[in-house]
Structure formats: C-alpha cells, structure tokens
Design a protein around this ligand. Structure first.
Ligand code: FES
Length: 150
C-alpha cells in the first residue's frame, strides 16, 4: 500500500476496517519496519523485530501476563508488553522464604509508536524518545545484516 505522509511525522497506515480485518499489518515508515496490531478493540504499533535477537513479531501470540497484554516472540518466547514495549520475565527472589515465581519487568526494550485514528483512517507517529531502545539494533540496513546472523 502506498503511504500517504501527513505533516508532523504522522504516517497514514491504512483504513481502519482493513487494519482490523488484517489484525497484524507490516509497514515501513521512514525506513523503520513497524508492526501494527489490532487486538481487543485497540491498535498498537511497535518495532517489528524483537529486541532479543531480531525475530519477527508478526506471528507472535498475544497473552495477558500479570494484567498486561504481551506479544510472545515466536523465536525464543520473550514476552513484550503491547502498550509500553517492556520486556517481562519470570523470576524469583531467593531471599523470599519460600521463593515464589513472579513476573518482573526489564524496562522498555521494544520501541512502541503512537497510533491515532481519524475518520476511519489510521496513522502512526514514530516515537524516537529515548534515543536508544534495544529493538533499534535490528532496524535499518545494519539491522538487516544483524538479523541475518541470528
Ligand atoms: Fe525474540 Fe529471541 S528473538 S525471543
């Protein structure tokens, strides 16, 4: 699909009904590969390649983990929250008696972008703050080379 660019870095990514039907849509915006997800009535956008080793998230399952919706990377099953791009992991504190497994956050690992809708059209604005998020590593030409190695 041809992208109709809007002022202020807003990118037209498709008609709402088409994106709902597709559920997952891949777009390249300003040279960045982005996955747009429609899940339970909400649109999300995030970098398409997993921060861990560049696996594509397009076919990842979505699960509720500890009250947060996560996409599960098909490659090594890392869990990434849809809303913020946090990496979640399960661990236990050995000082706790007895130690109990809980979900913890590693912080934001996957860059997520802003999705807006207007008159049945959907737009994505790339969010480039902070300067570095781990998923940046697998974007662009250099990222393509790195993805090929894994
Ligand atoms: Fe995603 Fe390893 S590449 S979990």
């Amino acid at each position: 699909m041809e992208e109709k660019e809007q002022s202020g870095g807003l990118h037209f990514v498709g008609k709402k009904d088409e994106l709902i039907k597709a559920k997952r849509s891949f777009r390249t915006l300003e040279g960045r590969d982005v996955l747009i997800i429609y899940h339970q009535g909400v649109f999300y956008a995030m970098d398409c390649y997993c921060y861990h080793a560049g696996g594509t998230l397009e076919n990842g399952d979505i699960e509720d983990i500890n009250g947060k919706l996560c996409i599960i990377c098909p490659k090594h099953k890392y869990k990434i929250t849809l809303a913020k791009g946090e990496g979640l992991y399960r661990g236990r504190n050995p000082q706790e008696k007895p130690p109990v497994f809980r979900w913890y956050s590693k912080g934001v690992k996957q860059r997520v972008h802003t999705v807006t809708e207007e008159n049945g059209e959907v737009f994505v604005k790339l969010v480039m703050i902070p300067n570095w998020v781990d998923s940046d590593y697998y974007q662009g030409e250099k990222g393509k080379v790195e993805r090929a190695k894994t």
